[in-house]
Write a protein that binds this ligand. Structure first.
Ligand code: ADP
Length: 361
């Protein structure tokens, strides 16, 4: 029996009315935080949502988790439409989908011991008696590379990386299948980021998890994702397998994002930034292609006609009128060469994951 995708999202939208006036507030416009987003996530897969701050990544994640209500669209989890789910079924669903937040310090209650923090979701979901819960807490600590004695300590007694391990353990307490990782390493030192990324990858193989991985940093995504969706002003402008997207990006916005990845180059002193000024306000997106105001290849057509996503083979899609005629992408624009060691690690990881998927199927 072949299992369908774990998660399917169709035409998801979240529009916030903008009101002005203290005494009699009146609607003066709409922020289209998410504007017709569609994607799917396979079991055991990692899909990264990337884009600049304010492009709608977190809102998409919160819509998927049903933490906020959508203005339009459908979210299917294991084939069931969860868009209107409420009461006991929604509570049950919450066990299957968890979130790891960006800032572990802000998301962990400073007055609770780590043991209590990890036990709380078990109590909320009525899982096990006191003894079973204590055993589970120990198991979770071990799972994320912490020790049993850490259970009696408070969040402030840990380093940033350790706190994020606690955040991950808390998300895993109720045995979810989907974990939304909302910029889980952005607040950490670069030296610690790799450890947490490796932990997440290891846990994925051991527990068969699917990740919706939100990041603005494409360098992190490169190590973590199977597929990547690039968002701009509330929409997906390019989506595809990671290797294809990094080696041959189709959308000019993806090209600029890739070019902005900092490289360890002693001759390059200037930090790479995204050219073309700031992202326009989602309240007043430019007509036509939303990226036209910053796109080096934009023509008159881009200022009037809104391109939709088109398929270019192997699930690689992009929303640009000129994919076929853009100058060929040069790796020198921004892609790191993959080291043989990284390639070997990735192959090993794919092999282990294939084995896990086989067993699960
Ligand atoms: P990202 O995670 O990519 O940084 P967000 O999803 O947080 O972006 O936000 C997308 C857009 O929606 C931003 O312009 C943000 O200001 C706006 N937005 C988010 N939440 C609200 C809200 N509750 N009310 C009004 N606008 C919001």
């Amino acid at each position: 029996m072949s299992l369908g995708p774990l998660l399917e999202v169709e035409g998801l939208a979240k529009h916030y009315p903008v009101r002005r006036g203290l005494i009699i507030p009146r609607a003066v416009g709409t922020v289209k935080a998410v504007d017709g987003v569609s994607f799917s996530l396979a079991r055991g897969e990692t899909l990264a949502l990337v884009g600049e701050s304010g492009c709608g990544k977190s809102t998409t994640a919160r819509l998927v988790l049903r933490l906020i209500e959508a203005s339009a669209g459908i979210v299917r989890f294991e084939g069931t439409d969860i868009s209107d789910m409420s009461g006991a079924p929604l509570r049950k669903l919450r066990r299957r989908m968890q979130i790891v937040f960006q800032d572990p310090f802000a998301s962990l209650n400073p007055r609770m011991t780590v043991g209590d923090i990890l036990e709380e979701p078990l109590i909320v979901h009525n899982i096990g008696d006191a003894m079973a819960r204590r055993a589970r807490v120990n198991q979770l600590l071990h799972l994320v590379g912490l020790a049993q004695y850490h259970a009696t300590r408070y969040p402030h007694e840990f380093s940033g990386g350790q706190r994020q391990r606690i955040g991950i353990a808390r998300a895993l307490a109720v045995e979810p299948s989907l974990v939304v990782c909302d910029e889980p390493v952005s607040a950490l030192d670069v030296s610690i980021q790799a450890q947490v990324v490796n932990l997440l990858k290891d846990l994925q193989v051991r527990l068969g998890l699917s990740y919706l991985f939100i990041a603005h940093d494409l360098a992190v995504v490169k190590h973590m994702a199977d597929r990547v969706a690039v968002m701009y002003l509330g929409r997906i402008v390019e989506i595809g397998p990671k290797a294809a997207l990094f080696a041959a990006p189709l959308h000019p916005y993806t090209r600029t994002l890739l070019a902005a990845i900092p490289r360890p180059d002693p001759h390059r002193r200037v930090a790479r930034t995204i050219p073309g000024g700031d992202m326009p306000s989602p309240m007043n997106p430019p007509p036509g292609c939303h990226f036209n105001t910053r796109c080096p290849f934009a023509t008159e057509k881009c200022r009037t006609d809104d391109p939709s996503l088109r398929e270019f083979g192997g699930g690689h899609q992009a929303a640009c009128h000129y994919v076929e005629t853009l100058p060929p992408y040069s790796a020198a624009e921004g892609v790191h060469a993959q080291t043989p060691a990284a390639a070997k690690r990735l192959a090993l990881y794919a092999e282990r994951r294939a084995r896990v998927t086989e067993t699960a199927g």
